[in-house]
Structures are given as C-alpha cells and as structure tokens.
Design a protein around this ligand. Sequence first.
Ligand code: NAD
Length: 466
Amino acid sequence: MKKSPTELFELHRDHAPEQAKTSVDYRLKKLELLRKALKGPWREELARALEKDFGKSAVEVGLTEIFPTLDNLKMLRDNLKGWLKPQRVKTPLPLIGTTSYTRAEPKGATLVIAPWNYPIFLSLHPLSTSFAAGNTVILKPSEHTPHTSAALARLVEEIFDEKEVAVVQGGVEESTELLSQKFNHIFFTGSTAVGKIVMKAASVHLTSVTLELGGKSPTIVDHSAKAFEAGMRVAWAKFTNSGQICIAPDHVYVHESKVGEFKAGVLKALEKYYGPNATQSNDYVQLVHDRHLERIKAMGAEAATTGTPWTSHYGEEKDRKLAPMVVLNPDKESACMREEIFGPLLPVFSYSDIDEVLKEVNGREHPLVVYIYSKSQKNIRHIQNNTRAGATAVNMSLLQIANNNLPFGGIGHSGMGKTNGKAGFMEFTNTRSEFYQWGPPVNKLLSAPFTASKAKIVDLLIKYLY
Ligand code: NAD
C-alpha cells in the first residue's frame, strides 16, 4: 500500500544512519544507473511528460533539463571521493602534538521541494547531490507539472530503494505534512513567499535549510555597451521558457543614448528565434497554468497603459502562449515593478544617471543576479561595489548557471545557501571537525596552579605569537 508522507519520513528517519554508512562505490553505482536512464529510454519519457505539462520541445528539454542534470552527475562522479576525504587543517604552534581534520559527513534524512519551471533539473540535481553525500532523500516535485512529477516518481522507483530515495507527489497539503517532520536538511527551490513558510516550519526542529528563491534581477546596459548585441542576448534570456526562469532578466535599465540600438537588438532576436508571431512558434513555451497566464496578461496590460509597447502582437495569446511584451518606461508603481514577473513581460527604462539606477535597485530586496552590459571596467566595478546580489554576470545573461563550478544562490529575499559544485555538495553535509592528540597535551604545561614561570610562558606566547 502507498505510504503517507509521514510514513515515508519515518522510514527514512529510521534508515538514515544505515544510508550514511553506504560506500562511495554504492552511491556512484546508483547514480550511474540514473545517468544511463536519462541518456536512454527515460529521456524520451520525461520529454513526453514535459510536452504535456508545458508544450516544451524535446530539444529544449534535452538542452535545459537533461544536459545540466547529466553535467551534475558527471561532477559528482569525478569529485565525490575527493570531497569525502578528510581534509587536514593546519595546527597552530601551541597545539603541537595534535592533528586536525574536517570530514564531510551526511546530514541524514533530507527533503527536496522543487518548483515547476525546470521540474527535472531542479528535482534531480539536488536529489543526486544529497544522495551522493550519503543522505536519504524525499523529493516533493510540483503539482503544476503533474505528468513530469509522475514520471519522476516512476524513474526514482526504478532506480532507488524506497527507504533511500522516494517521491511524494502532491501540492501544499503534502508539502505541509512533510514540513512538519524533523528532517535533517531541507533544500527548497521556489518563491520567496513559500521560502518563508519553509524556514518557519524548519525552525521548529532547528532543521537547516537551503533556500533557492526568486526576485527581480535587474539588467543594466550602460552608455559604453554594445547595445544591439545586449538587446539580442537579453531577449534570448527573457523569452526562453517564456520568462519562467528564476534568473531571467526581470527588467532592464538602458542608457538613454542606447535605447534605439537596444530595441533593434531585442526585435531582431524575437524575429530570429520565434518568427513574426511567437504564439505560432513550436519553440515558444506555454505559461504553466491559466492563473499564471492571467496574472502576466494583466501585468502587461497595466504596463501598456503608461509605457510604450515595442513588440507587435503585444500580449496576444494562443494555447497558453503569451506573445512577448516589451514595454518602454511603464509607471514604476505598476505591478510589474512591485512583484517578480516570471513571464514574457520585459519592462525597459531609459536612464541618464547610473547612481539613480543603483538607488532604485538597492531600494528593492537583493536579487539573484545583477546583469551588466558594459565595456567600461570602471562602470562594471562601480555597479558591483554598489549592489548586493547572489551573482553578477557581465555581457551575458543566464549562462552563468551553466558553470557547475560556480556556486549558485541568492542573498536575503533571493535565498540562502548555495547549490552547484562543491559548495552545493557541502550544503548536504555536516562539516565535522576531528581533533587527535598524539603528543603530550599543552595543558600539562599550562594548567593551575599558575606559578610565576607559567605566567611567563603565557606572557611570551602573547608577546611573540600574535
Ligand atoms: P512555489 O514557491 O509556489 O512552489 C514551490 C514548491 O513549494 C512546490 O513544490 C509547491 O508544491 C510547494 N508549495 C507551494 N506552496 C506551499 C505552501 N504554502 N506550503 C508548503 N509548500 C508549498 O514556486 P513555483 O511557483 O513552483 O516556482 C516559481 C518560483 O520559484 C519563482 O519565484 C522563481 O523565482 C523560484 N525559482 C527559484 C529558483 C532558484 O534556483 N533560485 C529556481 C527556479 C524557480
């Protein structure tokens, strides 16, 4: 009989100490099965599921879901043994006769909660990393991609034992039930609002959390930028997945001297990628559900009442595809500037004074990324030094996530903790310190009674050591 979320948690909690003792070879063998499955029959099955959920082409699924998931599996295969080896640390002089190490040990029973926008990658990346670290994993994928979530459940069942990795399908109810359990770590990817719910629930048990959240990532195109090329790159990044990407450029500030060039680049890219009307293109992605579609449509319509639309077919809709909406200088009090957009709407603002732009950026919560298009090193430094964000990307958008060696994450309202590479792996482990005394201990020399000669030694240590 199917287990409830609580029963599954109990199974994992009881099994976690055994899972922690599994060998690196055992874990890598399981991950190898996952790699083979993703390269083999499951690639097609998952693509079919995503096509049903999102209308996404199999090529795009291969490129943006399967490819990065495999890249992470390769990274784990190449590095796991090294990451798990005890790391020797230096010994200070007064502790001569000792050796110290750190060791990455598994946290225990872990929970991964995933969103709908990249449902395969954002589920299997943390799942594989946590499993590699020696944890049990319960994955709760999104209810908004039901076909993909069901396929993920079947895939996991085929490869893993239920007591080591399991999938709980469902929505808020199942998620809430899981969040009430005493997990040892929660890795959450999703909205800032739900991130707060997760952290509150975790605080009851003092469970550690990694929160990969959202926000309004600004792009700045300065007076020195190659603005036509910037327009093309920003349009690519914004309208891939119809803007449903956590690190999509949310809005853009373009220096007033470059607005025309930037606009030409945006329009050229849209025509090149999706033809005269994106809603007719098989490669343009749907919005995930009707409520989301209506939200973005309303935002776009409101922005167009005060701003100047740049795109033809602005906001037209077909089969849950919403034509790209690029709008110049809408009212900054509009909904599109109060909330994360997460859809195919791009507000563009012309500016003359970069410090005014920075003031505005800093008036909002810290974003995941600040994108800069510029040829001026001085400007790039100035923008970096005067903003806070999870990342900066210069003269390109989105591609920073493709470097799995680069830690990825937010700050403040855009998240806490990191994913990707060693930093991401470490989130799923406890760095345990190990201290070995093999020579005579220092306290032999320096314990009470504190005689005059001992006082002298302390004086000498303070005087010459530091
Ligand atoms: P969401 O926060 O609505 O949902 C994420 C997950 O949380 C889902 O599995 C959902 O079932 C669960 N959930 C929803 N409401 C809940 C509640 N009240 N209690 C407990 N669990 C709940 O996010 P979404 O709409 O699926 O995804 C879009 C958001 O995710 C955007 O804000 C985007 O920026 C963010 N995101 C961030 C990253 C990142 O890596 N930083 C990546 C992708 C998406």
